[in-house]
Design a protein around this ligand. Structure first.
Ligand code: C2O
Length: 593
């Protein structure tokens, strides 16, 4: 029997379809999660967070106990829980296993597999390996509320404070887990293939392009902020947020601009320093728009991500991603646009080989502006939950996803997605800034019958395609003329699947509905459905791993007057850089809210 141990607070169970009440594995203190689906054996893991009796961390402490493939994971779990006869039993395919992504075995961190050949990395980008026992993190209660402020309105007093905190962080020994380079390394290791999945040495952990995007970055900022507060002895210290969703905040915030400030980073695109207005749809080149046009398009872009394309949990937060499955199944709406274009817009693609710092995941955390960009991304999650009625995932395999960080006391801690769902419970909030984009719906224009009138081929006759030119196809709609009640219940979703991305380029394409065959790029119209944006980032298993994008169709089809049409005309327009290689398929699905 393989000598495999699962990190103690997690217990695995399985039920088979033939006898749903008899678990294959069980032990005290077990919690059986009998779960039948598609007549296959399912494996679930229930992680009991915050269990002080189970604070030893095998994953970090005994890396040698990690074994290789899913079969061994199952055998190992059987061994741990005393059931030995699984070897001949059904082994579900990896894709059918519901085990949350477990925080990595940090002692196995290696040179990141997903960086360009000329990446500027000394050694590895692995944060220090903990020598202390890893504890389950308990969010402290009763402390002051940390109020994150819009960066463009920060007072000089506040800026001085942030500068002092960051100076102190930058003055720490670079090997200190709180030092600025190590904070940046966290991003590199989690985002560029420094870590492998628990029990799956061939599958990396990737916190982008999936449902891990929001929880990982929330926890990351949480500790960054707490550490800065600790360094200046101010538990009220809160990050500034880059308020790019409001016209008053659409340039790089001034506090980050002074070359003598600890908030400065030299690797930013010299063409986009203030007063340049950020392009939230940025595709790698200037589009010659006036400031007014850019601001208007930006507001529509935020509306589209938050409302039009954020209508279901999966659309907003990204695709399910569990242990044993390849990384990057699909990004959520905000992660795609505006999050990724903003990275690329800030990073220096003029003088740096790979858009360093912000324009490439491995280096993004080296720019202090990164943390303010992500504070606003995090604020979008709060707004979606609290104002737009968004509901977080309830899947155990999301709730129990875990990460490892150092807290402000240098204690290595394990944190769970389920403990970061409420920012107030985490002790921080966002100071108010108005939301002009709420009223910035794309402008409607009737295109009824456009698909029927077009000579474009059906998607099934053309795909897969290489996206080296504009591609236009008709896609069938399984349902037409749905009632209001049906539409409230289900979002019609355009799924663009099997997107294969080139290794080292910024990948970006736009998607238009019922538009002419050479779309003019106006991004405030209903014809523009959104797009795909992917920072340069290859994956270890790059030949087989692909990603996807999902766009909400309910609202655009209404605005286009195309609800009764039985096809929709879809145009994919690759953007500069051409990092997207192939796309396998496009289809329409319905997703329950
Ligand atoms: Cu982890 Cu904005 O990226």
């Amino acid at each position: 029997m393989a000598s495999f141990t699962l990190s103690p607070p997690c217990f695995a169970f399985s039920s088979s379809s033939s006898s749903s009440s008899s678990p294959l594995f069980f032990s005290a203190p077990s919690q059986l999660l009998a779960h039948k689906k598609r007549n296959q054996t399912r494996l679930r893991v229930s992680c009991k967070a915050n269990n002080p009796n189970n604070s030893t961390d095998d994953a970090a402490a005994s890396p040698g106990s990690r074994i290789i493939d899913r079969r061994n994971v199952l055998l190992g779990l059987g061994g741990l829980y005393g059931v030995a006869n699984l070897a001949g039993g059904p082994i579900a395919s990896a894709a059918d296993v519901d085990v949350a992504i477990h925080y990595p075995n940090v002692s196995k961190c290696h040179y990141p597999s997903d960086v360009p050949a000329n990446a500027d990395i000394t050694g590895t980008c692995c944060p220090p390996v903990p020598t202390d026992t890893v504890l389950d993190y308990q969010i402290p209660t009763g402390g002051p509320m940390r109020k994150r402020v819009p960066a463009q309105f920060a007072t000089q007093e506040y800026i001085n404070k942030y500068e002092a905190a960051l100076t102190a962080m930058k003055n720490l020994d670079p090997s200190h887990p709180h030092s600025f380079p190590q904070q940046a390394n966290i991003h590199c290791a989690y985002c560029n293939g420094g870590y492998q999945q628990f029990g799956f040495p061939t599958e990396e952990i990737q916190v982008h392009n999936s449902w891990l995007f929001f929880p990982f970055h929330r926890w990351y900022l949480y500790f960054y902020e707490k550490i800065l507060g600790k360094l200046i002895n101010d538990p009220t210290f809160a990050l500034p947020y880059w308020n790019w969703d409001n016209q008053s905040g659409m340039t790089m915030p001034n506090m980050f601009m002074s070359t003598t400030s600890s908030l400065y980073d030299a690797n930013r695109n010299p063409n986009y320093l203030p007063p340049a207005i950020v392009d939230l749809n940025y595709a790698g080149k200037d589009r010659g728009l006036s400031d007014e046009e850019l601001i208007a398009e930006n507001l529509v872009a935020v509306y589209r991500s938050m409302v039009t394309n954020g209508g279901t949990t999966e659309l907003f937060m990204g695709k399910k991603y569990v242990t044993g499955t390849p990384p990057s199944p699909g990004q959520g709406s905000v992660e795609g646009i505006p999050h990724t274009p903003v990275h690329r817009w800030v990073g220096d693609s003029v003088d740096q080989p790979n858009g360093e710092d912000m324009g490439n995941f491995y280096s993004a955390g080296r720019d202090p502006l990164f943390y303010s960009h992500h504070a606003n991304v995090d604020r979008m999650w709060v707004i979606w939950q609290k104002l737009l009625g968004g509901k977080d995932f309830t899947d155990d395999s999301w709730l129990n996803a875990s990460f490892l960080f150092y807290d402000e006391n240098e204690q290595p801690v394990r944190v769970y997605a389920k403990d970061c769902m409420d920012n107030i419970a985490m002790g921080y909030d966002y100071e108010y800034s108005s939301l002009p984009w709420l009223k910035s719906k794309p402008s409607p224009s009737k295109t009824t019958g456009a698909a029927a009138a077009s000579n474009a081929p059906f998607v099934t006759d053309v795909f897969p395609v290489t996206l080296d030119k504009v591609v236009q196809v008709k896609v069938s709609r399984p349902k037409t003329s749905r009632t209001k009640a049906e539409k409230e219940k289900e979002e019609e979703v355009l799924v663009i699947d099997g997107i294969e991305v080139a290794m080292d380029q910024y990948a970006r394409f736009d998607v238009y509905l019922n538009d002419s065959d050479q779309p003019d790029g106006g991004k405030d119209k209903a014809q523009y459905a959104g797009g795909f944006a992917h920072l340069p980032h290859k994956q270890e298993s790059s030949s087989t791993t692909k990603t996807s994008v999902r766009l909400g169709l309910n609202e655009p089809l209404e605005d286009l007057g195309a609800e009764d049409d039985d096809t929709v005309l879809v145009t994919l327009a690759p953007q500069v850089g051409g990092g997207v290689v192939d796309v396998d398929s496009i289809r329409i699905e319905y997703s329950t809210r």
